[in-house]
Design a protein around this ligand. Structure first.
Ligand SMILES: C[S@@+](CC[C@H](N)C(=O)[O-])C[C@H]1O[C@@H](n2cnc3c(N)ncnc32)[C@H](O)[C@@H]1O
Length: 292
């Protein structure tokens, strides 16, 4: 495309100009991280992912939670046991490598991270992870996490939030063990309007089974969209799934996550500006789903 090389050069120049000492407190400039809206979830993005959740080294994402050397032996043993039970098809449990506690909140398709940055101070003792397929967008969130950690060094703020590049449609169970997560957010997922593109939607019966697998019983999937057809699609697929029940309106009113999801996501703000509608639906992971 005409103009592309110049744009790339500016982006590269900006990135090269960033200080490398890790102490830069300035927020990244979004304009240098914008990327075309859709990445194909079926193409090979040469993504790296662990063979199993027990193989994943989380320390670089949450350095303040890195395990001390004396705990490493114990963790290695737990990891070996977990890998063994995973290979045998048993429950692996939320054994994590490199950090002291597992990630519990996942924002799938986190975009520029607005939800994560608003949730992190509300859940200071919980680890939150954004997962995003677009490389530049992931880099933006990672840079912003780094800047927020520098700005909040005195209070250790934002050490509990991180972001990784991942295609969750392909690799979610590689990162999370059975019953590890307490909340999953699916905020303003790409609508993929055309019928032949519906298979790229991040809600489907099969993907819902993966969400059910990584969620604790009682854990919640939060969904929000401005596309009514997609809202009906998501609601239909979750309501039909035996592992989920819909959370009632009354309960949602008192949930701070719903409030944040409506107001703090980039897409939510855009819809607000355009005076559009927002459809919210949440689903609880049932403890003992009925046998079909
Ligand atoms: C419309 S944006 C919404 C961003 C953000 N959640 C918000 O509400 O502002 C959808 C995001 O999901 C990401 N995405 C789509 N498919 C994905 C996948 N399979 N794995 C990870 N991220 C994905 C896209 O790259 C995009 O950033």
């Amino acid at each position: 495309m005409p103009g592309e090389p110049a744009k790339r050069t500016k982006r590269e120049a900006y990135k090269d100009s960033l200080p490398t000492d890790g102490q830069n407190a300035a927020f990244p400039q979004k304009k240098f991280y914008r990327q075309r809206a859709h990445a194909n979830p079926f193409s090979d993005h040469s993504l790296t992912y662990p063979k199993s959740p027990a193989e994943m080294d989380w320390a670089k994402y949450y350095p303040a939670y890195a395990v001390k050397t004396e705990d490493q032996d114990r963790q290695e043993k737990e990891k070996e046991a977990a890998v063994e039970s995973h290979d045998q098809g048993q429950t692996s449990g939320a054994v994590v490598k490199g950090i002291t506690q597992p990630v519990e909140i996942a924002d799938i398709g986190c975009g520029f991270g607005g939800l994560l940055f608003a949730l992190a101070p509300k859940f200071p003792d919980t680890l939150l992870l954004g997962m995003e397929i677009r490389m530049s967008v992931t880099e933006y969130v990672q840079e912003k996490v780094r800047a927020l950690r520098v700005q909040n060094a005195a209070t250790s703020g934002y050490q509990n939030v991180s972001c990784m590049r991942a295609n969750t449609m392909k690799f979610l169970p590689n990162f999370f063990a059975k019953a590890q997560l307490s909340k999953i957010f699916l905020c303003f997922p790409d609508p993929h309007f055309k019928q032949r593109k519906h298979k790229a939607r991040i809600v489907s019966y099969t993907l819902n089974s993966e969400y059910a697998y990584v969620l604790k019983p009682g854990g919640i999937v939060y969904t929000i969209t401005d596309v009514e057809d997609l809202h009906r699609w998501m609601t239909g697929h979750f309501e039909r799934h035996p592992s989920f029940e819909r959370v009632g309106e009354e309960e949602l009113e008192g949930d701070v996550c719903v409030e944040i999801m409506r107001s703090e996501t980039e897409e939510g703000k855009k819809v607000e500006r355009n005076k559009g509608l927002k459809f919210v639906a949440c689903f609880r992971r049932i403890e003992d789903p009925p046998w079909p």
